[in-house]
Design a protein around this ligand. Structure first.
Ligand code: FAD
Length: 420
């Protein structure tokens, strides 16, 4: 680096009082944050990744890695699979069980603590600096903590302030950065999960096979995801039905004959889907992953959304960091929003239609997946990443029309929908 560049660099990296100014500060070290930090670091920027927990940390999650998640990983990343899924048993609240098999792998299963830590290590190798045990309490874009208009102050619990030219909020579904940006939601669900260690004979029975059970509450479902000697058993349903969701999980576990095994971990976590007109940025701050409410509304699959939006946020944060005034920063933030809306936004709106149809007619979904080969093939193609629901609807307009018919609300259903 020439001395001219070096002094320009130093000037960029220190505020008037000599405090370091990072090009990009990322808040949250999950898949979204690690992905953003990696993208910004690979572009040669100074990146600080702030994570409140010590790593590896637990995250309530099935750990299902579908094709789009695999495809969004940094080059050279090896997935730490605990199992590879070749068969799916579908049931309806424990009844009408039928298993579908596939010669090719459908999707993979990982343990989140391991997977997330590996992603963070990739970001570190690309040059990002990691600080764990650092809880961000707020960001400020004006006021005494901010030395100039091109800088954002990230305030940590305890009062310490970190300065950045751009901030990426990837702090999950209870996001403080999301609150700063003003993220609006139109779907919040509660997921409950138990990590159940099982004896070898039980583990063998589940190897390579998952169970998906359509639940008793509208839009709910349960799953068993095997991870070697442990089964991840969970359910998800609309928030506000906590007692019924808990009962569903207990009944589900009992029905499967797993009630006698003590879970190593039992936990719950909210998932949130953004409203279509929700902002994705404010000034020099972008949000991605769960913090932005980016999630597949029907399956609540969020790892691929976190990885993909994280990478885009990291790339656009680099451009915001380079922006010399508010107008340029705003232009770059809008470009980020366009990129998200054109890709993940479209997938979310198709997913929302699917959820609407599923809430009203779960039996049709069950019958289709277990009885109709094209429906099963579409499911397999989506999990493998060889197609998307959007593509299927575009190439088979009949599927779109069928969804519209299934999604048609009976009279008076809007009021009930409002309550949800
Ligand atoms: C029960 C359940 C099952 C699921 N199963 C699947 C599945 O099988 N497949 C799938 O693709 N998706 C699944 N999801 C969704 C998936 O878990 C999330 O979408 C995904 O974790 C989002 O990643 P993220 O990086 O945005 O957020 P997170 O993974 O939540 O990461 C956020 C990080 O930010 C940190 N943080 C939070 N606040 C602060 C702060 N103030 N300061 C600093 N750090 C902070 C947290 O400690 C955390 O490490 C599931 C979700 C639930 C609830």
């Amino acid at each position: 680096m020439s001395s001219e560049n070096s002094s320009a660099d130093d000037e960029r990296r220190t505020a008037d009082d000599g405090q370091r100014v990072w090009d990009v500060v990322v808040v949250g070290g999950g898949p979204a944050g690690a992905s953003a930090a990696y993208a910004a670091a690979v572009a040669g920027r100074s990146v600080l990744l702030l994570e409140k927990a010590e790593l590896p940390r637990y995250k309530t999650c099935g750990g299902g890695i579908i094709g789009p998640s695999r495809d969004a990983l940094p080059p050279g990343f090896e997935l730490p699979f605990r199992d590879r899924v070749h068969a799916v048993t579908f049931s309806m609240d424990g009844k009408f069980a039928r298993t579908r098999r596939s010669r090719n792998m459908l999707f993979g299963l990982i343990n989140r603590p391991e997977f997330d830590q590996q992603l963070v290590e990739f970001a570190q190798k690309a040059g990002a600096e990691l600080r764990t045990g650092a809880t961000v309490s707020r960001v400020e874009q004006h006021g005494s903590a901010v030395p100039d208009r091109r800088t954002v102050a990230v305030v940590l619990q305890g009062g310490e302030t970190v300065l950045a030219r751009a901030v990426v909020g990837a702090d999950g579904s209870a996001s403080r950065i999301g609150a700063h940006v003003g993220v609006k939601l139109d779907q919040v669900d509660l997921g409950l999960e138990a990590e159940i260690p099982v004896p070898e004979t039980v583990a063998e029975d589940w190897q390579g096979r998952v169970l998906i059970d359509w639940g008793p509450m509208p839009g709910s479902y349960g799953w068993v995801f095997p991870k070697g000697d442990t089964l991840t058993v969970g359910v998800i349903s609309a928030r506000g039905e906590g007692a019924a969701t808990k009962r569903y999980l207990e009944d589900f576990i009992a029905r499967l004959g797993l009630a006698g095994f003590e879970p190593a971990i039992s936990s719950g976590h909210l998932t949130r889907c953004r409203a279509e007109d929700s902002p994705l940025s404010r000034g020099r701050v972008l949000v991605c992953g769960d913090a932005a409410g980016l999630l597949e509304p029907w399956t609540r699959e969020g790892i691929s959304f976190a990885l993909r939006s994280g990478r885009l946020a990291g790339e656009w944060a680099v451009r915001i960091a380079e922006a010399h005034d508010a107008v340029d920063a705003r232009r770059q933030a809008l470009n980020y929003a366009f990129a998200i809306k054109a890709g993940l936004g479209v997938e979310m709106s198709v997913g929302k239609r699917l959820l609407g149809a599923f809430e009203r007619r779960p039996g049709m979904f069950h019958a289709g997946l277990t009885g109709l080969r094209p429906v099963w093939k579409a499911f397999a193609g989506i999990t493998r990443g060889s197609t998307t629901l959007g593509e299927i609807i575009r190439s088979h307009p009949m599927v779109g029309r069928a969804l519209t018919t299934l999604d048609r609300r009976p009279e008076g259903a809007e009021a009930a929908e409002g309550e949800r």
